[in-house]
Ligand binder design. Structure first.
Ligand code: PEP
Ligand code: MG
Length: 556
């Protein structure tokens, strides 16, 4: 039996399987000189690597079908470009190794592309991917990106970016373990959306040998290496019992004394709708529309494509509401055609609503697409803006919605401390607030949510974060407006009770967390939630706050 590793459990459940590593970016091969007589052999090695990568891209394309096939086949053609190959052979002829020849030839082609206007420049990322694949094959290291496997596996990565999500096949990923990230990282969000167990912030994960069998407990944050049969049985039995208890919980969200708290789902697009419905979501509290834009970071999706995606989600909740967040580009979700590439601190730069106010055409098209998508449907469409700092931002968004003919409710996310502190002033311009506790923690504690080393600050139990939640929810209550939570804090069942006690009116989370939150909320009265909230705010650390709330809610 092997070791037990401990990280942060961010998505419930147990996964047992062999590990596969997400390939990292290819390093620059050393500029080593070869002997003249070795050149033909190296040229042959380079040609064979190019052919193998092109064949692999074509066969992946055939398996994927649709738009992905066109992209992969275009990449295969890039790999086989005769001029590029001639340049590789020329470089090897004057002393380069095969990998260095490929690396340098692609670099000079890349420079040409990057200077050749928007459309072609957008293909640079595809070209880099082709180069990385050929160089990885020549160096004998794992291919960059998502593992190409036909059998299910536990994915090990440094961290996952939103752009990786499009490439993951949910049928093959049993669970995630990442070295970096925290409870609000995209790895955590993605795991909850897929409903797979996940452990993040586990520094030793990268050293697990490919294929090692592990058992991942996404509740406790433990990863058992080569678990014994007894351990496997105990873990799977406990997980099955948990699941059965949860399946029995259903209906709208409410405290035991009947205080209604709508439980909504966070979705990234139509693909997440089935899980949301299965979990009994009463609607969507956060539709992250940027996933639609990440397919092609060189330009916005067409208005028609947007209408189609929005309509599918809206149509799934005829009796509920669907809160759509307009594009949140920048920082951890960069888009080539919108995000400045030279900012020293992207999280503090032009992102979220700031980007949209700088590109009113993109915002206008999205709002128009939303208005069209909602036409004729009974669903309650609501739109909200990310990264709103003050009343002026809120007014800019509300004006844009009015100009685009939006009849939906208009609201904003509270992700910046200034917005929480001035909630009432912001509500002079818009009708509702939704607390994005992931970014609110990042900006309150000056701790990048993508950096594992500072993940302790991302703990949503931090009393300072709870103070800001209370302030914003209290402000909204005084104005007779609603204030929900759509950050990952809402997915923690105990914390969900505390949020309700702080005055939050709805909770939105990854679908897989809904049954857990519903069950815990149903066991407590509103007064108990309020007492737990007061106890948590009276603490001096996240851990003390958690213990204090647990003490109240478990009657200890
Ligand atoms: C948040 O910041 O809490 C949020 C819900 O938005 P995202 O995680 O997409 O930044
Ligand atoms: Mg956010």
């Amino acid at each position: 039996m092997g070791a037990t590793l401990r990280g942060l459990g961010v998505s419930h459940g147990v996964a047992i399987g062999g590990v596969r590593h997400m390939g990292t970016a290819v390093l620059e091969p050393p500029a080593r000189q070869i002997r003249r007589e070795d050149a033909p052999g190296e040229q042959d090695r380079a040609r064979r690597a190019v052919e193998a990568v092109a064949a692999d891209l074509n066969s992946r394309g055939q398996r994927a079908g649709g738009e992905a096939q066109a992209v992969l086949e275009a990449q295969a053609l890039m790999a086989q470009d005769p001029e590029l190959l001639a340049d590789v052979e020329r470089r090897i002829g004057v002393g380069s190794t095969a990998e260095r020849g490929v690396y340098d030839a692609f670099a000079s082609y890349r420079a040409l592309l990057a200077d050749a206007g928007d459309y072609i420049a957008g293909r640079v990322a595809d070209l880099d991917d082709v180069r990385n694949r050929i160089v990885a094959l020549l160096l004998g290291v794992p291919m960059p990106g998502v593992p190409d496997s036909d059998t299910p596996y536990v994915l090990i990565a440094r961290d996952l970016a939103p752009a990786d999500t499009a490439l993951l096949d949910p049928a093959l990923v049993l669970g995630f373990v990442t070295e970096e990230g925290g409870p609000t990282s995209h790895s955590a969000i993605l795991a909850r959306a897929l409903g797979v167990p996940a452990v993040v912030a586990l520094p030793g994960a990268g050293e697990l040998a490919e294929g090692t069998v592990v058992a991942v407990d996404g509740g406790s944050g433990e990863v058992f290496v080569e678990p014994s049969t007894a351990r496997r049985t105990a873990l799977t039995e406990a997980a099955a019992k948990d699941k059965a208890a949860l399946a029995a919980s259903s209906g709208p969200g409410t405290t035991s004394d009947g205080h209604r708290v709508p439980l909504l789902a966070n979705v990234g697009g139509p693909a997440d709708v089935a899980a949301a419905l299965a979990a009994g979501a009463e609607g969507v509290g956060l539709y992250r529309t940027e996933f639609l834009f990440l397919d092609d970071s060189a330009r916005a999706p067409s208005e028609e494509k947007q209408v189609e995606a929005y309509r599918q989600v809206l149509a799934a909740f005829p009796e509920g509401r669907v809160v759509v967040r307009v594009l949140d580009a920048g920082a951890d979700k960069p888009l080539d055609f919108l995000t400045p590439s030279d900012e020293p601190n992207p999280a503090l730069g032009v992102r979220g609503l700031r980007t949209l106010l700088d590109h009113p055409d993109v915002l206008r098209t999205q709002l128009r697409a939303l208005a069209t998508a909602a036409r004729g449907l009974p669903t309650g469409l609501e739109v909200m803006a990310p990264m709103v700092a003050d009343r002026q931002d809120a007014k800019g968004f509300a004006d844009a919605c009015r100009d685009a003919g939006i009849s939906a409710k208009v609201g904003v996310m509270v992700e910046i401390p200034s917005a929480a502190l001035r909630a009432r002033s912001i509500l002079r311009e818009v009708e509702f607030l939704s607390l994005g506790t992931n970014d609110l923690a990042q900006y309150t504690f000056a701790a990048d949510r993508q950096v594992g080393a500072v993940s302790r600050y991302q703990d949503p139990w931090q009393p300072a974060l709870l103070d800001l939640v209370a302030f914003a929810a209290g402000g909204a209550g005084a104005e007779g407006r609603s204030c929900g939570v759509c950050g990952e804090a809402a997915a923690d069942p105990l914390l969900a009770c505390v949020l309700v006690g702080l005055g939050v009116s709805s909770l939105s989370m990854g679908a897989s967390s809904i049954p857990y939150v519903r069950g815990t909320l149903a066991r407590h009265t509103l007064a108990e939630c309020e007492r737990a909230a007061a106890a948590a705010r009276g603490a001096d650390s996240a851990e003390e706050a958690r213990q204090a709330a647990r003490g109240v809610l478990s009657g200890e």
